[in-house]
Design a binder for this molecule. Structure first.
Ligand SMILES: [Zn+2]
Length: 75
């Protein structure tokens, strides 16, 4: 399959992304995806000092998403 810069290509998370770079031997491509990707989930402890026991601490999950990631993929 012939790949060219500007072609659509599936990002590792299955979105429809676009090729922004090709290696000379066309074995490596870089694709940029404008969709959101879950980077990590942080567990944030709210007001730890005002909470008397560890068990009652309220925790909140904060998800971090990244957009416009560039993936380098071997093809
Ligand atoms: Zn994606």
């Amino acid at each position: 399959m012939e790949l060219n810069v500007g072609d659509s290509f599936e990002c590792p998370e299955g979105h429809n992304a676009r090729i922004v770079w090709l290696s000379e031997d066309k074995k490596v491509v870089a694709v940029r995806c404008s969709h959101e990707h879950l980077s990590k989930v942080l567990k944030v402890v709210k007001h730890p000092e005002s909470t008397p026991s560890y068990r009652n601490q309220s925790r909140e999950e904060r998800k971090i998403f990244l957009k416009n990631l560039v993936f380098v993929i071997k093809v």
